[in-house]
Design a protein. Structure first.
Length: 733
């Protein structure tokens, strides 16, 4: 019987998978040498770390050898790099990767803004975020906005993949995939305790303990944010357990809980407020963000034979968020037109006199199951999988005639439920031809959307669907033992959000398409010794349809827009440990991440989705907003005995905040327009270790020269983090 239409693509791909498995079992000529020749960077493997439990692990990049032979741009930020530079948040960590533009917001990276290869970083909407190979976002299909992010302290290392190889994952396939790897559980009892203190009331307490396959990790961070009336508190608990059932089967259990209770606003400030009151100014002392996130997953690894491995992920999460605020942008009139106009003119305002506060209350339920198989064979390696994924969003808005969110009397102005169901299937096979390896890949996404307005006397309901085939192909060619040429082309794909594709007022379908692009890259890796690694790559992403979102809360003045755009540039990553290169008692080292985005242009006008009106004087040859031409992170350090010190320079080039490419702010305007000038900041880190399994003390200075910059104008002006001194100690046991 032929399957229903919604399951025809998965049925077709799984039919191919069945044939491949039978072929693999029948192939008696596959040798150990052929299996060892695998150069696919996206394989599941059993990781064995001394002193830790063996566990099924899904890698985006994988081992150093897999990274070297990947057909796509593959970068790893190692545990040593994260720890020795004492990154404060995910923004600082990901700036160490070429091609990534991180935009600061509140000061802790709790709601990161990640842009890859020129894409707008707002809420990381065009980035695929994974944790141990499992979707980390609370709604990657229906609402891929990062209002939640675990502290970077939770992770052992970070993998970043761009290019055709990321079609193994999905659904966000236009920029890149970021995989956060949690530490493996320990076999023997042990752990550590760490404490970091800093100015602006910064506190970071981190404890980890494990043994016999268990690992418990607890983090408590608190401190004042980048601006006045901003205080952030975050608690994260992560548990991991590995069970070796027998030689063929292993299970990994994960459970985590995160809580945030922060005094933080959504609105920026106007140009006149910046001029009159300074970079730290924020008048909204009543705004509050409260969040709880619960997550769990089980990964089963079955080594069916020497050349066939099955891995299955079962995952789920609940995300609850309440954000109470008196202003969402500098242009809204929630506190009245006079209040808004005073802000534009740079006059002092008192939100305590504003008889209004609005609560955006959100609840997301997400679950999925993701089985896939990896088969090594005489010609190379085959991989295939299918994922069933479901999301439910419940969104409520409550307005109160009070400056205090504790007031119990409120008016409900939104009660909306959105569902997204998806079935994704992929096939890929690497063919080995001596020095040349070619990896074609094909992915299919089938997505169903539903949206229901539950407000009394306004009830509407609508549904629609989206379906796409997403092909790609990558290659590697071994030039020498030290140099590898690689590249590929794939179709970029990013599904529309449920709120964008279905009207909330009518339930009808809105004419917004999935984002589609043609993504190309060509690069070379050079590794003459284990202490020198250089990776240079050219990339081009051409969008037939790019969906541009300036601000989710911006209303009609920043409408959802779509149009054609093209991005081209170069990335360079290098790591050099200068062992024995100089007659020195210690070892100098250097790390470089450089991006030159020489093209980020609009190809024609961008138009509002709902009205087809031209947005913001957009047009040919104008640069896309929030796409700086140059990004540089350069770290220079020196190790000698127990000492390890480094200084890091971070440069972000100038960028436009609007489609018009306005050079200067609007006089007495709302702060949302105008060019963002180039930024240069310096970070310092110094470590002293008392010996193996002995305490380490450290000092770090962020933004060493206390430079002030505008980093965002999406909802009004947001400013960068001021200087911060941190001191700490880590005690292993």
């Amino acid at each position: 019987m032929y399957p229903p239409r919604r399951l025809r693509a998965p049925w077709l791909l799984l039919s191919c998978l069945t044939v491949a498995i039978h072929t693999a079992h029948a192939d008696t000529t596959t040798t150990e040498a052929a299996a060892a020749a695998s150069n696919d960077a996206l394989v599941e493997e059993t990781i064995a770390v001394p002193g830790t439990k063996t566990l099924p692990q899904v890698n985006v990049v994988g081992t150093a050898e897999e990274q070297r032979l990947s057909p796509s741009t593959a970068t790893v930020v190692s545990h040593e790099e994260l720890e020795s530079s004492h990154v404060k948040d995910v923004n600082e960590a990901l700036r160490k990767v070429p091609g990534i533009n991180m935009r600061d917001e509140e000061g802790f990276g709790m709601r990161p803004n990640i842009g890859i290869r020129g894409l707008n970083p707002t809420r990381s909407m065009k980035v695929l975020l994974l944790e141990d190979g499992i979707p980390a976002a609370y709604a990657p299909y229906g609402d891929n906005s990062s209002y939640y992010h675990a502290p970077v302290d939770r992770y052992d290392r970070i993998e970043v993949l761009k290019g055709s190889g990321m079609l193994r994952f999905g659904p966000q396939l236009v920029g890149g995939a970021i995989n956060y790897i949690t530490p493996p559980p320990r076999r023997e009892f042990g752990g550590f305790g760490a404490l970091t203190l800093g100015d602006r009331n910064y506190q970071n307490m981190h404890a980890q303990v494990g043994g016999e396959g268990h690992l418990l990790d607890v983090i408590r961070k608190a401190g004042d944010g980048a601006r006045d009336n901003t205080h952030l508190e975050q608690t994260d608990v992560n548990y991991k357990y590995v069970l070796d059932i027998n030689a063929a089967h292993a299970l990994t259990f994960r459970a985590n809980y995160m809580n945030e209770d922060s005094q933080v606003t959504y609105s920026g400030i106007t140009d006149n407020e910046l001029a009159n009151f300074g970079h730290d100014y924020n008048p909204f002392e009543n705004d509050r963000f409260m969040m709880d996130r619960y997550g769990a997953s089980i990964t089963h690894l079955w080594q069916a034979s020497d050349n066939v491995t099955f891995t299955t992920n079962l995952y789920g999460s609940i995300f609850e968020r309440d954000w109470w605020r008196q202003s969402s942008t500098t242009r809204d009139s929630q506190c009245g037109a006079a209040f808004r106009n005073d802000r534009a003119l740079g006059r002092a305002v008192d939100p305590n006199l504003c008889n209004s506060i609005q609560g955006r209350l959100r609840e997301y339920h997400t679950w999925g199951v993701d089985p896939h198989v990896n088969i090594t064979h005489a010609l190379g390696e085959f991989e295939a999988g299918i994922r069933w994924h479901e999301e439910t969003q419940n969104r409520v808005q409550r307005n109160k005639q009070s400056p205090d969110y504790h007031e119990n009397v409120y008016t409900k102005t939104e009660d909306n439920q959105r569902r997204t169901d998806a079935v994704a299937t992929y096939l890929q096979n690497r063919f080995d031809f001596g020095k040349l390896a070619v990896t074609p890949v094909l992915r299919h996404e089938e997505i169903d959307y539903e949206r229901r307005n539950k407000m009394p006397n306004q009830e509407t309901q609508g549904s629609t669907e989206s379906s796409d085939w997403i092909p790609g192909i990558g290659f590697t060619y071994t030039l020498t033992d030290a140099a590898t040429l690689y590249g590929g082309v794939h179709r970029g794909f990013a599904p529309p959000r449920a709120e964008d594709i279905i009207s909330g007022s009518t339930g009808g379908t809105v004419d917004v398409s999935a984002e589609r692009s043609t993504n190309r890259e060509l690069g070379i890796r050079y590794n003459p010794t284990e202490n020198i690694n250089v990776d240079a790559v050219w990339f081009s992403n051409a969008f037939d349809n790019q969906v541009a979102v300036g601000s989710i809360a911006g209303g009609g003045s920043t409408p959802l827009a779509q149009g054609k755009a093209r991005y081209e540039g170069w990335e360079l990553a290098s790591q050099i440990d200068m062992v024995d290169l100089f007659d020195l008692p210690g070892t100098p080292y250097a790390r470089l991440a450089y991006t030159w985005l020489n093209v980020a242009e609009q190809e024609g006008e961008f138009v509002a989705v709902e009205t087809d009106a031209v947005v913001g004087n957009s047009g040919d040859d104008k640069r896309m907003p929030y796409a700086p031409e140059d990004l540089v992170t350069f770290r220079l350090g020196y190790k000698q005995g127990p000492w390890d010190g480094s200084v890091e320079a971070v440069y972000i080039g100038s960028q436009y905040s609007d489609f018009e490419n306005r050079e200067h702010p609007v006089p007495n305007g709302d702060g949302t327009q105008g060019k963002l000038e180039q930024q240069m900041t310096y970070n310092l880190a110094l470590n002293y270790s008392f010996g193996e399994k002995q305490p380490t003390v450290f000092m770090a200075v962020k933004n060493l020269d206390n430079s002030n910059y505008i980093v965002d104008r999406t909802r009004g002006i947001q400013t960068n983090d001021p200087r911060q001194l941190q001191v700490g100690v880590k005690v292993p046991f």
